[in-house]
Design a protein around this ligand. Structure first.
Ligand code: SF4
Ligand code: SF4
Length: 83
């Protein structure tokens, strides 16, 4: 039997653009970021953008403010702040 491997990534904004209901948003401290890309892997909305140099950027247009990126970041480079 043929073995098939698949990796799935969330599609950006599958739940639509962020509305006025988002109560917290992630703030990235670039001085603490070591470009490990864990936040990029874990974000359930696919709203962490990976750049060519492996630095990351948050797409606030679609970010839902769930805080997963902040929880998973090993260097605490992402903190959640009230909107
Ligand atoms: S998880 Fe933290 S250290 Fe790693 S890329 Fe994201 S912000 Fe940077
Ligand atoms: S708060 Fe949630 S949706 Fe927003 S960037 Fe972090 S993990 Fe993604």
């Amino acid at each position: 039997m043929k073995k098939v491997a698949a990796i799935s990534f969330p599609s950006k904004g599958v739940a639509g653009k962020t509305g006025i209901w988002r109560v917290r948003k992630p703030i990235l401290d670039r001085n603490k970021c070591v470009r490990c890309l864990i936040c990029w892997i874990y974000c359930p909305e696919g709203t962490i953008l990976r750049k060519e140099d492996d630095s990351v950027e948050i797409d606030y247009e679609y970010c839902k403010g769930c805080g997963v990126c902040s929880n998973e970041c090993p260097t605490k480079a992402i903190t959640m702040e009230e909107e």
